[in-house]
Design a protein around this ligand. Structure first.
Ligand SMILES: Cc1cc2nc3c(=O)[nH]c(=O)nc-3n(C[C@H](O)[C@H](O)[C@H](O)COP(=O)(O)OP(=O)(O)OC[C@H]3O[C@@H](n4cnc5c(N)ncnc54)[C@H](O)[C@@H]3O)c2cc1C
Length: 262
């Protein structure tokens, strides 16, 4: 079986500076890491590979430094990695990101299951997974919290809909977006790190996506335009209360009443 996992490199902390003039995050020189939900998606794919056999391919779009998360994925059980990196991809909104990733997936060996994280910790939209599925005309489920068996060309799973759990059976090939309830990602393997040290990260530019409409990529292909981006004002209304639990709970109750929450 072939499993593809879309992984994104995101800024490490929450203190990311904003370029208000250009309306973008200043990502250069910022420490970056693998988007946490993508680690759970990768673990899900590696577990299925270990259960049913096959290979796991990871796919990312970003600047060249994003090859770091592909290298990391190699130490977590991925067999192959592709990075879409080209000025043509830059400035993409979620639609253009979904388009680029879906076109890349068309150029990879056919996948049985495509995995995405449920969202990223920077863009945070949760749109890219369903976007890819729609563009590839694949069935998909978001917020997957449990994966059961693959049988008769279907995968059994549970999806957390917030107010309930949906039990589903989805026909393969399909796309799933993964929550943190699904598994516990393994730690990077020292052995795999050594074995994959010189392993190639395939870097594709836009020309490599033969048949793709280049006008749908990057800023040109992004119907959403940022009018203004700014950090939210920091709340200045913090109060520090001291006292024993009874005093504190009474004071808290009085405060809630004052704020009309009770
Ligand atoms: C109007 C607008 C303009 C933007 N302009 C810029 C810009 O100029 N420069 C810039 O860097 N960003 C820009 N962004 C952010 C960019 O659109 C998002 O980083 C990108 O579309 C992914 O969206 P997300 O982070 O919300 O992903 P989500 O939809 O929350 O991600 C869900 C899952 O999709 C997969 N995924 C998402 N992105 C990638 C990726 N790049 N590679 C592989 N897998 C991925 C992962 O599995 C992830 O867990 C812009 C966003 C908007 C809305």
């Amino acid at each position: 079986m072939h499993f593809i996992v879309c992984i994104k490199q995101v800024p490490e902390g929450t203190e990311v500076e904003i370029d208000e003039e250009k309306g973008i995050l200043k990502r250069e020189g910022v420490d970056s890491k693998l988007n946490v939900y993508d680690a759970y998606a990768l673990e899900a794919a590696v577990v299925l590979k270990e259960t049913y056999g096959g290979t796991v391919t990871v796919l990312s779009m970003g600047p060249m430094q994003a090859s770091e998360v592909i290298r990391e994925a190699y130490t977590l059980g991925a067999d192959d990695g592709y990075l879409l990196s080209d000025r043509k991809f830059a400035g993409a909104d979620t639609l253009a990101t979904s388009y680029a990733l879906s076109e890349a997936i068309r150029h990879l060996p056919p996948a049985d299951v495509i995995f995405c994280g449920m969202q990223t910790t920077d863009g945070d939209t949760a749109q890219v997974g369903p976007g890819i599925a729609e563009l590839l005309e694949l069935p998909h489920a978001s917020y997957v919290s449990k994966i059961g068996a693959i049988r008769d060309g279907h995968i059994e799973l549970e999806a957390d809909m917030g107010d309930g759990i949906e039990e589903l059976q989805i026909e393969l090939p399909c796309l799933l977006t993964i929550t943190k309830d699904l598994n516990q990602p393994r730690l990077p393997s020292y052995k795999l790190k050594k074995v994959t040290e010189g392993k190639e990260v395939h870097v594709w530019d836009s020309k490599r996506l033969a048949g793709a409409n280049l006008e749908y990529l990057g800023l040109d292909g992004s119907p959403t335009q940022v009018e203004r981006i700014f950090p939210p004002p920091k709340a200045q209304t913090k109060e520090l209360w001291e006292g024993n639990p009874q005093e504190l709970s009474q004071r808290f109750y009085a405060k809630l009443k004052e704020l009309k929450h009770l």
